[in-house]
Design a protein around this ligand. Structure first.
Ligand SMILES: Cc1ncc(COP(=O)(O)O)c(C=O)c1O
Length: 415
């Protein structure tokens, strides 16, 4: 696990024992290894060094300001999908010229904000959105640079909830509608069409779907150039998978081997939007056993965190490795690891063989750096946990734990 290792009988984040962080900060808490984020960014950046490219880290995976700031310092850009994410990217120090704004439902206010900031371009997902961006840009007397996201109808072979590149999903423009798009863009005076975008899904563990999508995009770019559009940007999205439970996901260089020839043939600039690849294994959720409950033949480890902190197991039945933060690691008994929330779906693992644990023991839920904290909710009025960043032997709270007061601060009792 990047940045996390077992040493002297305990799990460490870089040079800091997770137990030390728990002593200082309490549990539950997210812990991020900044060097792990940086190393993963560098792996992708290096893999594509032979072509002009921008790695625009996908904030939706983990938008922690300290993390995004560390990446920005290395030259990383940002892929954002809301005005809020754009605000966070700018707050973290990402230059507007390295920000790409994607998403199927941008509002006029968000479009205006992005134009005001001067972002690199919009990834546009529909004809009505082209019209909206054109209208807002005209009102602001600006020209909006756009890439159009096409749906290449390629199966990424991943969970259906994170499949986006098949034609039945809501994402991107149907390839068969390219002529309609051309017509609309020609009539839109305040946009400039300079890129094509395709993102087919998340947690891919094979390279072939990326290669197929790149080929579809290549054909399209050539067609559009013939039509007179100066398409110089090819955006192939994110989706590179990680090891959650022993998968052997490709290295960035293996994807690059398929993508680079296409980019070179097109003489284009490549944009990538990795999220999980950079963040997934760079963070863990640190929790504590509140109770060990015996119920008939079943044993439950009830933790002080649950679907409010990390919803992936409940949402996608996603697998996360789990281990005691200290002590023997050998699996001894089959248990369900569950949270405190009043839902049967509130679990981290079912029927998992784990070491014996007792009330008060610290637990590490691994691979929680992507789509963890960002999907947090306060359901059951449970404050969001803090986010702690580690660099070498130092650590600091990058986002404070919410308080009960925070939970009611925007509410008032009205008649
Ligand atoms: C358009 C787009 N780009 C990038 C990403 C990031 O994906 P991943 O975290 O799998 O790299 C997503 C995730 O859903 C996405 O929808």
């Amino acid at each position: 696990m990047n940045g996390f290792h077992f040493k002297n009988n305990q799990w460490m984040a870089d040079g800091v024992a997770l137990s030390k962080i728990a002593d200082k900060v309490g549990t539950p808490a997210y812990v991020y290894s900044l060097s792990a984020f940086e190393d993963r960014f560098k792996e992708i950046d290096q893999a594509y060094r032979s072509v002009p490219h921008l790695v625009a880290y996908s904030l939706k995976a983990n938008g922690n300001l300290s993390v995004v700031n560390a990446l920005a310092k290395l030259g990383c850009g940002a892929d954002v999908v809301s005005g809020g994410e754009l605000f966070k990217a700018r707050s973290a120090g990402v230059p507007a010229s390295k920000i790409i704004f994607a998403g199927v439902g941008k509002t006029d206010e968000e479009i205006a904000y992005a134009l005001h900031e001067g972002i690199r371009y919009f990834n546009v997902e529909s004809i009505p959105e082209i019209l909206a961006i054109n209208e807002v840009a005209a009102r602001m007397k600006k020209t909006a640079p756009i890439a159009i996201r096409f749906n290449p109808d390629v199966d990424p072979h991943t969970h259906h909830y994170i499949t986006t590149g098949k034609k039945e999903t809501k994402f991107g423009v149907f390839l068969g509608d390219v002529d309609k798009v051309i017509k609309v863009v020609r009539q839109s005076r305040s946009i400039q069409w300079t890129g094509v975008h395709a993102h087919i899904g998340s947690q891919m563990t094979q390279t072939a779907p990326v290669g197929r999508a790149a080929k579809v995009v290549e054909k399209l770019v050539l067609q559009l150039r013939k039509e007179g559009f100066p398409i110089h940007t090819v955006n192939l999205g994110g989706g590179y998978g990680i090891d959650y439970k022993g998968e052997k996901p490709p290295k960035a260089s293996q994807y690059a081997a398929l993508v680079l020839p296409v980019i070179k043939r097109l003489n284009a600039t490549l944009v990538l939007e990795p999220g999980r690849f950079i963040s997934g294994n760079s963070g863990v959720l640190l929790s504590k056993v509140t109770y060990v409950k015996q119920s008939g033949s079943k044993t439950f480890y009830i933790l002080d965190s649950g679907m409010g902190e990390l919803i992936r197991p409940s949402l996608y039945e996603a697998y996360h490795r789990i281990a005691p933060a200290q002590g023997p690691q050998a699996p001894k008994q089959v248990v369900d690891v569950v949270g405190p929330i009043c839902e049967s779906g509130d679990f981290f693992a079912k029927g998992r063989k784990l070491p014996l644990m007792k009330r008060g023991d610290l637990v590490v839920v691994f691979s929680a750096g992507a789509y963890g904290s960002v999907m947090g909710s306060t359901y059951n009025a449970r404050p969001l946990p803090p986010e702690v960043v580690v660099r070498g032997s130092r650590f600091a709270v990058a986002r404070e734990r919410q308080t009960w007061e925070d939970l009611v601060q925007n509410e008032r009792i009205v008649v």
